[in-house]
Design a protein. Structure first.
Length: 217
């Protein structure tokens, strides 16, 4: 059985399309199946007064608001088209997480077939319904959620039109970096046994040991 490997480029392009393309090339050279970015509007995502998380403060200008930081990390539709074309040249699949309904619709218009639900949106019912109505392949991340919330999200997706056979649930520990002692990979098995869904792992640990163990499991 092949394990789908997704390289998380995320917002590490820093708003630089050239750097984004180098991330694509690196993911392709490493043998990943897909390289994933993030699609969002800062105006729709946060208020202009939102403070940054501690890990964001450490990685950026401390006095900058979260809105100002995110605004610099947005990818326009034209940039998406450019990155998709570069992925084809690099022989790797393009993929992006849409963080709001408008961003999801833009990704649909660009032909995206996979839709990743980030951990922070697992209780966002209108968002889940919108993705569920697409009847596409869904990857659901579960950081900070409990089993009842995971079950509710799967039920909403199914009720909206996406059967659970199309849903993969990712076990995820939301910490940056995540301590190995907090990972508990057996949660993948618990999720599979309880919900009868395909499972995977979203990694935030340092090093490569935990992802290798997750694939083996």
């Amino acid at each position: 059985m092949h394990t789908l490997v997704i390289a998380e480029a995320g917002v590490n392009h820093n708003g630089d399309i050239g750097l984004a393309k180098r991330l694509i090339d690196a993911a392709s050279a490493a043998g990943a199946d897909l390289v994933k970015f993030q699609t969002f509007s800062a105006d729709r995502q946060v208020t202009k007064y939102a403070t940054k998380a501690q890990y964001q403060i450490l990685a950026s200008t401390p006095t900058e608001t979260q809105h100002a930081m995110l605004k610099k990390l947005e990818l326009s539709k034209a940039m998406h088209v450019d990155l998709i074309a570069h992925c084809k040249l690099a022989n790797i699949g393009f993929f992006s997480t849409g963080f709001d309904i408008e961003s999801i619709d833009m990704l649909v218009s660009l032909g995206q077939e996979f839709f990743k639900i980030p951990s922070g949106e697992i209780t966002n019912l209108p968002y889940l319904r919108h993705i569920g109505m697409l009847n596409k392949t869904v990857i659901l991340s579960t950081g900070m959620s409990n089993m009842d919330e995971i079950e509710a999200a799967i039920n909403v997706l199914e009720e909206s039109g996406t059967h659970r056979s199309k849903i993969t649930v990712l076990h995820c520990t939301t910490a940056y970096p995540a301590p190995m002692s907090d990972v508990n990979l057996h949660a993948m098995q618990n999720i599979h046994n309880r919900f009868n869904v395909a499972v995977g792992y979203s990694d935030h640990t340092l090093g490569i040991e935990i992802p290798i163990a997750a694939v083996a499991l």
